[in-house]
Design a protein around this ligand. Structure first.
Ligand code: MN3
Length: 202
């Protein structure tokens, strides 16, 4: 069964860009609810023993009766688990090494990548996520998903993700999603993104 993953920093660690109250509610209430409802859906099934990524990659094998619940809550579980990890205090800055090279070769520059990613995140209508993924050709790609749909369900491995549900920013930013996105770059933990990148390229 799934458990809320440990948060590796305090609720106020991402201040002033992401406020402590938002972090606390987002992690202890929203993420916990995804954990609970995922467990409720898969309890007693063969899927209860899977790793979360394996579960989302194999969503087509999940019976219809519980499939939408697994998409919503398994996706919510996987997406948020990654989201906490790719952020940190004393973060921001820029990618180094191989990831920097591939971003430059794919998008032209880090600035151009950020611009394209931001555009995608701004255009998500309603609730969803913007992602940098490694696609099935092992190339970088920017995509979005609706609701809590996981990129893993379409065979894409997320290495960076931005939650643009209102619950992720409304307390501090209200309707100002552009400002939230702009500030969020200051807490991106590029070292961690590089780790996910290396793992995904294997
Ligand atoms: Mn969220």
């Amino acid at each position: 069964m799934f458990k809320l993953p440990k948060l590796l920093y305090s609720f106020d660690a991402l201040e002033p860009y992401i406020d402590a109250k938002t972090m606390e509610i987002h992690y202890t209430k929203h993420h916990q609810t995804y954990v609970d409802k995922l467990n409720e859906a898969i309890n007693g099934t063969e899927f209860a023993n899977m790793e979360i990524n394996e579960l989302m990659e194999n969503i087509s094998k999940v019976p219809e009766k519980i499939k939408q619940a697994v998409i919503n809550h398994g996706g919510g579980y996987a997406n948020h688990s990654l989201f906490w990890e790719i952020m940190g205090s004393k973060a921001g800055g820029k990618p180094e090494k191989q990831l920097a090279k591939e971003i430059n070769s794919k998008f032209g520059s880090l600035e151009e990548f950020k611009k394209q990613f931001t555009d995608v995140a701004l255009k998500v209508f309603g609730s969803g996520w913007a992602w940098l993924v490694i696609n099935s050709n092992k190339k970088l790609e920017i995509i979005f998903t609706k609701n809590q749909d996981s990129p893993l369900m379409e065979g894409k491995i997320p290495i960076l993700g931005l939650d643009v549900w209102e619950h992720a920013y409304y307390l501090k930013y209200q309707n100002r999603r552009p400002e939230y996105i702009k500030n969020w770059w200051n807490v991106v933990n590029w070292e961690k993104v590089e780790e996910f990148f290396k793992e995904a390229k294997k």
